[in-house]
Design a binder for this molecule. Sequence first.
Ligand code: AMP
Ligand code: GLY
Length: 436
Amino acid sequence: MKLLVIGNGGREHAMAWKLIQSPRVQKVYVAPGNAGTAQEHGIENIAVTTIADLIEFVKTENIAFTIVGPEAPLAEGIVDTFQAAGLKIFGPTQKAAQLEISKRFAKDFMLQHNIPTAAYAAFTQAEAAHQYVDRQGTPIVIKASGLAAGKGVIVATSTDVAHAAIDQILVEQRFGNAGSEVIIEEFLQGIEVSFIVMSDGQHVLPLATSQDHKRLNDGDTGPNTGGMGAYSPTPFIPPSLHAQIMREIIYPTIQGMAQEGASYTGFLYAGLMVTPDKQVKVLEFNCRMGDPETQPIMLRLKSDLSILIEYALNGTLDQVETEWDRRVALGVVMTAGGYPDNPAKGDVIKGMPELMGKRNEIHDFHIFHSGTAFGGENGRELITAGGRVLCIAALGDSLKIAQQRAYEIAEQIDFKNAFMRHDIGHQGISYLHKSS
Ligand code: AMP
Ligand code: GLY
């Protein structure tokens, strides 16, 4: 069968890389993909962008089903349009994607369905929001309600910062329409983890647990980013907590969405805070897989992803199981200079290990591309083309060993002003060290 993946990040590279390992899959197209997907055997990039043209392509090429990577096409209603054309596509409808698209919707939904999350209030008027902050005090979290590419959240440690954030969102409209409403939330303390599942609208198949590193610099400092590295599984979700998360958060979400007439099919990502007293609260929902979480998760997935998605599309996810590599996978993200505000582009990437393009030859690591393209002097050199450039993901018998292996490979790769954190996995490693 032939499949189509939509997107151009490391997440989509990892999904396409996993899908093409299946003996059932002859070809994976990625729209638009990146230089990494272009180099993989059996994977081909297509420069098709509009939903209408994608539908045309899927019909002409007889694509068995399509998988949507990022949230933007979901917010645009790509799933609805494909389904109306009678085509199979894995992802939530526009209505179900409200869980990510509108933080207001997500918070009201959680309140309604008793799903644990930070206490909050929503405002469209700056004056009322300022008064609320003055009553609540700090620390406090200010969020633009709409999609703001991960930039619409300000954790304010002083009231000055909180007031400024409200003005930036509501008055200066820094996030455009996404900021026509603000959510002001109770500040939660604890350990952040990522919990990603597949759903067919009724049943749920959890994927392996993971932990992202959202801040730019070592020690979880500096500005928020899309994610600087991730590993899987995380020791912060032992089996008892896993069961609690399924019971208190995941099942009520899938059931609640069905009750609201917005049945949820697709990957569902719950960003969770595990508090010191082992409560788990939802920080946010994403209606897609995480990036970079997908990269280590796909490196560990032993099951055939194309089969899992087919079960999901048939509404039979209860009849299939996942199998995982017992090792830990850890991915380190290399970013371009100036990321996240103003990333440089067009720098030649050197020192890439020779391993791309060998189908079915599985190594204990893989380099997933995000912002890469071909260019340079002869037009064939690998160059940077975005903020997050590469994710070097490696397997190891322990978190520490996976970390060492990923950095060993990452250190060989170089481009102008390349940047990475040097402590991906640090929370997990010190926790395991303390409890051993
Ligand atoms: P979000 O996009 O909503 O996940 O927020 C981005 C980041 O802000 C999260 O990954 C957390 O690190 C932080 N954050 C969001 N909400 C809260 C909260 N209520 N308490 C503490 N930190 C938060
Ligand atoms: N890694 C965070 C995200 O994908 O939203």
